[in-house]
Design a protein around this ligand. Structure first.
Ligand SMILES: Cc1cc2nc3c(=O)[nH]c(=O)nc-3n(C[C@H](O)[C@H](O)[C@H](O)COP(=O)(O)OP(=O)(O)OC[C@H]3O[C@@H](n4cnc5c(N)ncnc54)[C@H](O)[C@@H]3O)c2cc1C
Length: 313
């Protein structure tokens, strides 16, 4: 008889595990307090780029595996995934001969932009081909696909792992929820606020970590971010912050002032100094949480490791 697996959490971490496990002979149930669109994963921009993971060598393989997975899916437009140009700029006051993130980028995806094409104030810029994951399309797509593959989804808050005695394996993908579920206070929120303006999908993604400013032209809106606010638990936007973010964008691209402002949102990145992907010793519990600002960038690489851990239980 096939093993029964409970996955707790229906964000990108939980759904990516469910997807890879559904390719094997498992009986899978996903329990979640909330589903798309009411979860952090929907608040992501979400382009592939390593962030909050650059000091962890495990991240290199996880990021590259996820990149390859999304690149393959981008051939089907109904997934909401496309390959996009990302312009990553470094300002004059930042001297980085070989940026750390470079090791995470698949070979051939990154090119230096010639100096004579740089805007004033920019010391160096890169043109990088990355997956753009439109969360509003991809998360429901993945959930529907899993339902068709007989994965069961149940809305339920799990307060203790012993509420799931009938399962052979439990996979914890609760993000920030692990603060309570695992008493793990090392996972903390890093709030991100973003403004939304009418989209111009032909624009590349723009990323300036020093300002910080990122502009992500999705189909539903152009996302203008963002903030990285440690230990803020309120999932709320502040009008003055959103105005500042939009002004940052207008300073670099004055033509964006023509685009109507259509909203804003905030989300809490589940940050942990090291992402937790491991089996808890002496138990049937596998943890997969704490992906910070890189949940989509890491998801399918981490999920592959979870599948490996599940197979040896
Ligand atoms: C503004 C912003 C921009 C971002 N941009 C990017 C980006 O461009 N690229 C990128 O890679 N990442 C980005 N991120 C980060 C990314 O959103 C997160 O890393 C990712 O969504 C985390 O996914 P998760 O599935 O681990 O957690 P979540 O999406 O938070 O999902 C957790 C799930 O667990 C459930 N849950 C929690 N506790 C319990 C419980 N006790 N019982 C049952 N269910 C429970 C929740 O209901 C939910 O279903 C961004 C984040 C923000 C806020």
């Amino acid at each position: 008889m096939s093993k029964k697996i409970a996955i707790i959490g229906a964000g990108i971490s939980g759904l990516s595990c469910a997807y890879l496990l559904s390719e094997k002979d498992y009986n899978i149930t996903v329990f979640a307090k909330a589903f798309s669109p009411n979860i952090t994963s929907n608040r992501a921009a979400a382009f592939w780029f390593p962030y909050h993971i650059r000091n962890d060598k495990r991240g290199i393989e996880w990021c590259k595996k996820s990149y390859a997975f999304y690149e393959k899916l981008s051939a089907d437009s109904s997934t909401g995934i496309s390959m996009k140009t990302l312009i990553k700029v470094l300002r004059e006051n930042v001297i980085e001969e070989k940026p750390v993130w470079m090791d995470f980028i698949p070979g051939g995806a990154c090119n230096i932009i010639p100096k004579d094409q740089l805007q004033p104030g920019i010391a160096k810029a890169y043109n990088i081909l990355v997956p753009l994951i439109e969360t509003q399309i991809f998360l429901p797509y993945l959930q529907n696909l899993l339902e068709e593959k007989s994965v069961l989804f149940i809305e339920k808050t799990i307060n203790h792992f012993n509420e799931l005695p009938l399962f052979d394996i439990i996979i914890n993908c609760t993000g920030l929820g692990s603060r309570n579920l695992c008493n793990d206070e090392t996972v903390v929120p890093v709030r991100g606020q973003v403004g939304l303006i009418e989209t111009k999908t032909e624009m590349p993604i723009y990323l300036d970590n020093e300002m910080p400013l990122y502009i992500v032209p999705r189909k539903d809106a152009m996302i203008v971010g963002g903030t990285y606010e440690d230990n803020i638990f309120e999932e709320a936007t502040e009008p003055t912050t959103i105005e500042r973010l939009l002004n940052n964008a207008y300073n670099v691209f004055p033509e964006l002032k023509q685009q109507k402002i259509i909203g804003s949102w905030a989300g809490l990145r589940p940050y942990r100094a090291t992402v937790r992907v491991e089996r808890e010793a002496g138990t049937n519990i596998i943890h997969n949480y704490g992906h910070g600002g890189s949940g989509f960038t890491l998801a399918f690489g981490c999920a592959e490791e979870v599948v490996y851990l599940a197979e040896i239980i």
